[in-house]
Design a protein around this ligand. Structure first.
Ligand code: PEP
Ligand code: MG
Length: 586
């Protein structure tokens, strides 16, 4: 491979690293003759016995893996093996394998592999990222059974890799990843996989940079190659020359030092020097984001975008599926507050299977709460799932795109109806807060009216900017106009906070502005109670918050409110950050 060669893929876990490539050759199925053979009828009983013996060995292996991983990485990481054990014991799988042996006259190896492949394909066809991930487990089980049938030991190779390794593989099964001695791995590169694959999720939660979906990393990379990894951009450099390597190494060192320094803040309270507490929460879109919330040391979830449970599939998730997802997030993060936003479909988030008519101006159309109040069954199903899950943690329900009081009243009425219905069926529903997103100018202007009838506000600056400045948030041609530091947007934010407080409710922010260092002194000065952002930003903002002084921040806002242009405002805020010695000022 020439020096400075490059590979690109999907940035699946952020960060940069340099290390030596360790090509993981997972067990090579192509070399197994038995996978192409048939048997005679008389041999079928013997093959079924071989299969049953292999199941016992596989179950033992899974059990010991479960114990090992539980001890090293915790219960949630070990759950993969519990799930695989249950899948292996499934009578349907057993029946399919035995039929393939006794009727198709397949060898036990072939019957196991083909049966698992069929089940995996079936799971994949469900077009749901969760089940697609289960398909990986099913294939993992198939391979394990073949290996056990051949009497090959569980792979120890992954456990004895050298310090500073970048693991390069075609794909890593969940059990492979869990076998890795994580403290020796500085990066992961895969031919396959996407952002929601198991390995990507694990890498993110462990803070190991990962690039997946490269297509051909295993062909282009050789054992021992030096690799540079950029998990944000999804880039892998192969055998860099000295100049490139030393520049990259400096970046890595900076990244490591910063990460170490920030990680020390994880358990410290999010408050200014003079004791003003600001809750720092994370935005999530899926159950798989929970580990990131925990790793970020976030105080809770300020925005759970539930529409992500509806995307990338072919039908509406059932009440039961939604209930399981909400329950998992609430219980795993309990007692932290979890603000669950009801469906925000429409605008740029299209869901083809709902068959909604095309609109001329989708961002001004049947979106979010408007759609839910029209499609009541869709709304009710979600509310039922949410209220059933409420007793598992600290739930707060939030309605998106509220533009007037009638919508808020109507949405609350629906919540009350669902609550009464559940209670009449014997389900206890604990008390929970109900709030709204303030992301339409009319809601910010009427903040005093709305505050009287809800428990909290969360300011959605992504939409508030788009609707206040009349600038499509997805159109690059007008992106230069889109800026939360526009004085009109700042006035609406300040008004929302002031009116919220006057009426005794808390006010947070969950738009992108909440994770901008430059905005922090200003929002603290305005009196914001909570900031919710991408999990990866929480520690950085906590670091900044702990350097701020509430009284000084109030003065900063007093100054900014007199300024006329965003350039003036941003120039000033930049100087505030520089004075604080805060490195990244944007
Ligand atoms: C917002 O509009 O600021 C917001 C957080 O919601 P979304 O980005 O999902 O529209
Ligand atoms: Mg929005």
């Amino acid at each position: 491979m020439p020096v400075n060669a490059k590979l690109t893929g999907i940035g699946a876990a952020p960060g940069v690293s340099v290390g030596k490539a360790v090509l993981v050759r997972t067990f090579d199925l192509d070399s197994v003759e038995a996978l192409r053979k048939t048997i005679s009828k008389e041999d079928s009983e013997r093959e079924i016995k071989r299969y049953k013996d292999a199941v016992k060995v596989a179950l033992d292996e899974l059990e010991s893996l479960e114990k090992d991983v539980k001890g090293r990485l915790g219960e949630d990481k070990a759950a993969i093996f519990t799930a695989q054990r249950l899948m292996l014991e499934d009578p349907t799988l057993e029946y399919t394998i035995e039929t393939k042996i006794s009727e198709n006259l397949f060898t036990a190896e072939r019957a196991c592999l083909e049966a698992c492949e069929e089940q995996a394909k079936m799971l994949e066809s469900m077009d749901d990222p969760y089940f697609a991930a289960r398909a990986v487990d099913m294939r993992d089980i198939g391979k394990r059974l073949v290996r056990c049938l051949l009497g090959i030991q569980d792979r120890g190779s992954l456990k004895s890799i050298p310090e500073g390794s970048v693991v390069v593989a075609y794909d890593l099964a969940p059990s492979d990843t869990a076998c890795l001695e994580i403290d020796k791995v500085v990066g992961i590169v895969l031919d396959r996989g996407g952002r929601t694959s198991h390995t990507a999720i694990l890498a993110r939660s462990l803070g190991i940079p990962a690039v997946v979906g490269t297509q051909n990393a295993t062909q282009l990379v050789s054992q021992g190659d030096i690799l540079t990894l950029d998990g944000d951009k999804g880039e892998v450099g192969i055998n860099p020359d000295e100049a490139v390597l030393s520049a990259f190494t400096a970046r890595v060192q900076k990244f490591i030092d910063e990460k170490k320094r920030l990680s020390l803040l994880k358990d410290l309270p999010a408050m200014t020097k003079d004791g003003k507490r600001v809750e720092l929460a994370a935005n999530i879109g899926n159950v798989s984001d929970v580990p990131m919330v925990l790793n970020a040391g976030a105080d809770g979830v300020g925005l759970f975008r539930t529409e992500f449970l509806f995307l990338d599939r072919t039908s509406v998730p059932t009440e039961e599926e939604q209930f399981e997802a909400y329950k998992e997030v609430l219980s795993k993060l309990s007692p932290r507050p979890i603000v669950v936003r009801t469906l925000d479909i429409g605008g740029d988030k299209e869901i083809p299977y709902l068959g909604l008519p095309k609109e001329e101006n989708p961002f001004l159309g049947l979106r979010a709460i408007r759609l839910c109040l029209k499609e009541r069954e869709l709304f009710r199903t979600q509310l039922r799932a949410l209220l059933r899950a409420a007793s598992y943690g600290n739930l707060k329900i939030m309605f998106p795109m509220i533009s007037n009081l009638n919508e808020l009243r109507e949405a609350k009425k629906e919540v009350l109806k669902v609550k009464e219905e559940l209670e009449s069926q014997g389900t206890k529903v604990p008390d929970f807060e109900v709030g709204i997103m303030v992301e339409i100018p009319s809601a910010a202007i009427d903040a005093d009216i709305l505050a009287r009838e809800c428990d909290f506000f969360s300011i959605g600056t992504n939409d508030l900017v788009q609707y206040t400045i009349a600038v499509d948030r997805g159109n690059p041609e007008v992106a230069y106009l889109s800026d939360p530091f526009h004085p009109a947007v700042l006035r609406l934010i300040a008004r929302t906070i002031e009116e919220g407080h006057k009426h005794g409710i808390w006010v947070g922010m969950c738009g992108e502005m909440a994770g901008m260092p430059m905005a922090a002194p200003l929002l603290v000065g305005m009196g914001i109670d909570e900031l919710s952002m991408a999990p990866g930003m929480v520690l950085k903002i906590k670091d900044l918050l702990r350097k701020l002084d509430y009284e000084t921040c109030k003065g900063i806002w007093d100054k900014v409110r007199e300024m006329s242009t965003r350039e003036e405002i941003k120039g000033y805020l930049q100087s505030v950050l520089e004075e604080l010695g805060f490195a990244e000022a944007s």
